[in-house]
Design a protein around this ligand. Structure first.
Ligand SMILES: Cc1cc2nc3c(=O)[nH]c(=O)nc-3n(C[C@H](O)[C@H](O)[C@H](O)COP(=O)(O)OP(=O)(O)OC[C@H]3O[C@@H](n4cnc5c(N)ncnc54)[C@H](O)[C@@H]3O)c2cc1C
Length: 466
């Protein structure tokens, strides 16, 4: 419970309608995209940077923990507030402030939905490439705070590669503006990158300037079915070595194919070990030439069936299976835990083999899909959290998956972040020296430990100095 005088003070800052304390209202902010839930003590929705500053100053004075929140679609438990915490919802800060065509940059408030920015810049022939599958229900601020990626990152890079400048409200209410519209800038430490992937633990992002690129004129799509996972992985490497850099190169394993087919009944081959979905882009001639090359490589690598879409409608049908993965898993079991490991591309077949073995050993159903081109796999464990024994086996399987990824030279998260779910494994992945440096950064920027405490780093370690 936050005392009434503080609630009234916050209402005075953002307006009475934008401070929520009713348990029914708070329930909507108790979740993220995982299976976790915890109600915050209150939700405050500022409309301007000045209001964020004033709220943060009250929170600092009262030692109230603040969890910044975009759309709450995160997959690491990072936007769920801790006990007695305040959720700072950024969704009212949803204005696109500028589309600068000359410099090919856009500036927007942190609560702008990613897909809305993409549509706005597409209308003037430009493209904002970072494309998390959640782009219609996640924010630019959340994407930056998580270091979000997506299928197009193979060719175009992740959110980090596009954020040029940030406005950030620091833990004491100071406003930091870092970066700018200069493509090259090594004037001091790279403060912009420091906030990418910081999951609301170092500052509240209120405004972003992002880079844009010219929108490719055409895209082409193909699907390739592989009886053997090893052949699909080999095909991925061969496509890239052939000189084709697809804009998307996605993989679904056999268990994912089964779940999607159970859902869509669209004739997917449930005896296949893998499907690759490939997209090329550029001018029409180039995109067509590249998709034909990729299709031929798949045939030569052991694909039993390869289909190149003849038009946009067929392309959309080919993508339907990949787009439906999330929904199909949602109906397969009551809960799913979506992991986000990243391994060197060459380790994909071994990683998938180990995940299958882990699934068998812990008697769990685990599907694997993801961005094959950049080695970022999403093993999703399907389970029922009401069964304590199954929940225990899920936890053991997660630890085994992370250990296997690290052993193969990989890491715990390619794009979802650490949050609370991966926190116990962070030191195993990065080592004690990196942990000490991270704790030092946290201690320097948030000495009172009010910004999303207990996320990324353990709560009790936050204020140590490097
Ligand atoms: C169906 C589905 C598909 C998904 N697909 C992808 C995908 O393809 N790629 C991918 O990378 N992710 C994906 N995600 C995960 C999620 O959408 C991303 O992590 C996204 O970036 C979160 O944005 P959000 O606005 O929902 O942030 P939230 O979930 O609200 O917050 C996430 C984290 O960012 C912090 N935060 C939010 N806004 C700010 C801010 N303004 N300042 C400081 N910190 C802030 C929060 O405190 C929290 O730590 C998916 C999720 C779902 C449910």
């Amino acid at each position: 419970m936050v005392n009434t005088a503080i609630v009234e003070e916050l209402r005075g800052i953002v307006g009475a309608d934008y401070v929520l304390t009713d348990p029914a209202d708070l329930a909507s902010y108790a979740y993220d995209g995982t299976f976790q839930e915890r109600r915050p003590a209150l939700v405050v929705s500022p409309a301007t940077t000045a209001e964020v500053v004033a709220v943060v100053k009250v929170a600092a004075r009262e030692r109230l923990p603040i969890t910044a929140r975009g759309m709450g679609s995160g997959l690491a438990g990072a936007s769920i507030a801790g006990e007695g915490g305040l959720v700072l919802s950024l969704t009212r800060m949803n204005r696109i402030l500028e589309i600068d065509q000359e410099n090919m940059m856009a500036t927007a408030q942190a609560g702008v939905i990613t897909g809305d920015l993409q549509n706005a810049v597409a209308a003037v022939g430009l493209m904002y490439p970072p494309d998390p599958s959640s782009l219609k229900h996640s924010t630019l601020g959340g994407n930056a705070a998580c270091g979000a990626g997506g299928p197009m990152c193979l060719k175009y890079g992740v959110t980090q590669d596009y954020v040029q400048a940030l406005e950030v409200v620091l833990a004491d209410g100071e406003v930091l503006r870092c970066g700018g519209k200069n493509i090259k800038d090594v004037t001091g430490y790279n403060l912009v990158d420091l906030f990418i992937g910081s999951e609301g633990t170092l500052g509240i992002i209120t405004e972003l300037t992002v880079k844009l690129i010219p929108k490719p004129a055409a895209t082409r799509t193909a699907k390739a079915v592989f009886p053997r996972m090893d052949d699909a992985s080999a095909a991925v490497n061969r496509i890239l070595l052939s000189g084709v850099l697809p804009s998307k190169l996605e993989i679904m394993d056999g268990t994912t194919i089964e779940c999607v087919e159970d859902y869509l009944h669209c004739g997917l081959p449930t005896d296949a070990e893998a499907i690759l979905i490939i997209e090329t882009d550029g001018d029409a001639v180039n995109a067509q030439r590249e998709i034909e090359t990729a299709a031929q490589v798949c045939k030569d690598s052991g694909a039993s069936e390869v289909q190149v879409a003849r038009d946009a409608k067929e392309a959309d049908e080919l993508w339907l299976a990949r787009r439906s993965v999330s929904g199909s898993l949602g109906r397969a079991r009551p809960n799913k835990l979506g992991e986000d490991i990243s391994v060197p591309r060459s380790a994909i077949p071994e990683m998938v083999r180990r995940i299958k073995e882990i699934a068998f050993r812990h008697e769990l159903r685990i599907v694997v899909f993801g961005h094959a081109g950049d080695g970022n796999l999403h093993p999703n464990i399907l389970f029922d959290r009401r069964d304590p024994d199954e929940l225990r086996r899920v936890e053991e399987a997660v630890a085994d998956i992370f250990a296997a990824a690290v052993e193969l030279g990989g890491t715990l998260s390619g794009e979802h972040g650490v949050g609370t779910l991966k926190l116990p494994y962070l030191e195993m992945a990065v080592g004690p020296v990196a942990m000490r440096v991270m704790r030092g950064i946290k201690g320097a920027l948030d000495p009172l430990n009010i910004l999303n405490p207990g996320k990324v780093l353990p709560r009790e370690l936050h204020c140590e100095r490097a």
